[in-house]
Design a protein around this ligand. Structure first.
Ligand code: 7RM
Length: 666
């Protein structure tokens, strides 16, 4: 899901045919319900004009809602592509998320209702969370972590994960969270790029009713001195499964953390100090460590969370993502806690033990705002509306979507069967790199159109341009760009300033290029059209075609591989692989499955190609570039069962013809 919401992935029985009937067009528009608009946090259109007229003033006003140890001197220093926001200021993110709410007498307010997949529950108040974070912060110090040291977090969705992230923020040790679904190899690469000193993990978590292992992949990642920066590993006992604890390196959470002092002075961090790194896939095999800093990030996520989700004191807000993705960082943890709101956190999958699990959670906790991803909505569509219909969902008042374009069919289903036709839907476009929501309705102001993320957030200057960087007329498509800086923007790619410039700022000098295609309609509404680079979006997870290709060719029997994204009714896109084997290796369905497992081991199960097609050849341009467009056509033209296929004669012919023609285009 968008990154990471718990998905329905894998829930489809093999052979189940699921088609969403394409609506020829969905012409209806949905103005904010009057009752909603009347009480909305953003209920004055003037907010757009104000932000446009005075960008710095607008963000300074939002920044003033936070608690600062030292006020900033300058709102913005902009030397493209380098931005400094709130320079001279000092603050602490965990202080803003916890201490100040407790100090204001709100310590008894619930920070989050947590529910494990097996059904265990924990309710954590702000006062309790502050103590937990203080103890964990002191434990990190006891393990030798100092301000500036990086900490890798590889955990299931349990409260300790939120505690560990906030504890890092408290002592100024940037975290780098690695999603628990990633493989040992992926974890190792990220630990090494970040040179993490400590790994926080657990024995495992629960997924589809079974305990999954996390400590074993950590051990594999660290084996044979492969991660020389790591000194200690802190391990939460979650499932009770057997794990090996390395002497002198591994420490149980329950042996160290509960005995610590709950009081831990928050570090005074400079506005531009590193808050965290989060790795995301790009067009090359090596993931990028996206850099987010302290003040601008917190200002951006708290403001967007409050305005876009219309957050009031009594809301129960549920972002059904995993903390391992940026959606979790910004909209489970930092934005909501900075706003002192009450959240729900759920560990597991939406269909365990049954497809009504989410709706049961909504009913029991009286969730008022739900934020999820199109892929999850499509999974619920497939399971049918009867599961939601069994539950009282009348507490819901606002719905959100993120991670990929939402098809109008899914939008309408979400609106009708979950929102009872009374809840506005905010379709929010943003990225790991933007840190916060960039294009979205404001639910009390914006008339929505199913499938459109609508309009830029106040102060965000988005445009659609052609190849030369000229704005395209309304009604036309092109590349999305952002013209002005925003506080939560990435400050770089960790350790690679050249790649930062090259990836985001070189195509159109001075403009930010997110890598998405977009169209603007006659009303100026933005319609996101998907990635324009070699990044695909599988269940809202970003995957690099190149990364999967290099995983495939790392197998002894593989000579060459090409991977393309093909449309999938459930996951949005799915990777399809074309593989040329080395002489002597036998293409067979069994071997295709073996290669899929190989990719799962290299990157993680999410990256497994849905199909593996063995082919004697790949179509290439004269300059030797793989013609992915042709492969996409071939892959799309075949029924995509969960199968391995041998290229048949026609495919081979197409591939040969294309190679012979050798057109010099992608
Ligand atoms: C938050 C997140 C970012 C990419 C982005 C887009 C796609 C995300 C939407 C969307 C259309 C949306 N971070 N994307 N949200 N496309 N409409 N509402 O997803 O870094 O993992 O992915 O996801 O292509 O560039 S991410």
């Amino acid at each position: 899901m968008a990154e990471g919401q718990a998905t329905g992935r894998g829930a489809m029985a093999p052979g189940t045919e699921y088609t969403i009937e394409a609506l020829a067009s969905e012409e209806r528009t949905f103005p904010p319900p009057p009752g909603f608009a009347a009480q909305a946090v953003a209920n004055d259109r003037g907010i757009y004009a104000r932000a446009e007229a005075d960008l710095e003033g607008f963000w300074a006003e939002e920044a003033a809602r936070l608690d600062w140890f030292t006020p900033w001197d300058r709102v913005l220093d902009w030397n493209p592509p380098d931005a400094r926001w709130f320079d001279g200021g000092e603050l602490n993110v965990s202080y803003n998320c916890l201490d100040r709410h407790v100090a204001a007498g709100r310590g008894d307010k619930v920070a989050f209702y947590w529910e494990g997949e097996p059904g265990d529950q924990r309710v954590t108040t702000y006062a309790q969370l502050l103590d937990d974070v203080g103890r964990c912060a002191n434990a990190l110090k006891a393990l030798g972590v100092r301000r500036g040291d990086r900490v890798a977090i590889y955990m299931p969705m349990i409260p300790e994960m939120a505690v560990a992230m906030l504890a890092c923020a408290r002592i100024g040790a940037p975290h780098t969270v690695v999603f628990g679904g990633f493989s040992a190899e992926a974890l190792r690469d990220r630990i090494n790029d970040a040179e993490a000193k400590l790994v926080v993990t657990a024995d495992g978590g629960y997924r589809r009713g079974k305990p999954s292992g996390l400590k074993a992949p950590v051990d594999a990642a660290l084996a044979d001195g492969a991660c020389p920066s790591v000194e200690k590993v802190l391990v939460v006992r979650r499932t009770g499964q057997d794990v090996t604890m390395a002497d002198g390196r591994d420490v149980w959470w329950h042996d160290l953390v509960p005995g610590q002092d709950a009081a831990c002075e928050p570090e005074r961090m400079a506005s531009e100090d590193l808050l965290y790194l989060l790795y995301t896939s790009g067009t090359t095999a090596k993931p990028k460590g996206i850099v987010h800093t302290t003040a601008g990030y917190l200002v951006g996520v708290s403001a967007t969370h409050r305005y876009v989700f219309d957050i009031k004191d009594d809301d129960v807000y549920w972002c059904a993502a995993d903390l391992g993705w940026v959606t979790g960082h910004s909209y489970i943890l930092y934005g909501p806690l900075a706003n002192g709101s009450t959240g729900v956190m759920y560990e597991g999958t939406p269909d365990h033990p049954a497809p009504n699990r989410w709706w049961d959670i909504v009913e029991r906790y009286k969730v008022s705002v739900l934020y999820t991803a199109p892929t999850a909505i499509r999974a619920h569509m497939k399971w049918g509306p009867q599961h939601a219909a069994k539950h009282d969902l009348s507490s819901l008042r606002l719905l959100g979507s993120v991670g990929e374009p939402i098809n109008p069919e899914a939008w309408i289903w979400y609106h009708r069967h979950i929102g009872g036709e009374r809840c506005p839907i905010v379709d929010t476009w943003w990225q790991t790199e933007t840190g916060a929501i960039m294009i979205s309705p404001l639910p009390g102001l914006t008339t929505t159109k199913p499938g459109s993320a609508t309009v830029p957030f106040p102060g965000v200057d988005a445009d659609v341009v052609d190849a030369d960087g000229h704005s395209v007329p309304k009604g036309q498509g092109g590349y999305l760009v952002l013209r002005k800086p925003w506080p939560s923007m990435l400050r770089g790619i960790y350790g690679d300033p050249e790649r930062f410039r090259e990836t985001y700022w070189s195509r159109y000098p001075g403009l930010y290029f997110p890598g998405d295609g977009a169209k603007r309609d006659e009303d100026g509404y933005f319609w996101l059209m998907g990635r324009v680079d070699d990044v695909m979006n599988v269940s809202g997870h970003r995957l690099s075609t190149t990364e999967i290709e290099s995983a495939l060719v790392s197998h002894d029997a593989v000579a060459e591989a090409a991977v393309v994204g093909v449309a999938d009714p459930l996951t949005g896109e799915a990777p399809a692989a074309f593989v040329i084997l080395k002489l002597g290796a036998e293409p067979s369905p069994g071997f295709g499955e073996h290669l899929r497992q190989h990719v799962a081991a290299k990157i993680g199960p999410i990256a497994k190609p849905k199909t593996v097609m063995f082919t004697p050849d790949l179509p290439k341009t004269r300059s030797g570039k793989i013609m992915r467009r042709l492969l996409r056509d071939i892959a799309a033209g075949r029924a995509l069962g969960d199968t391995t296929t041998l290229a048949d004669a026609t495919v081979v012919e197409q591939i040969r013809d294309a190679s012979a023609a050798g057109k010099d285009e992608e």
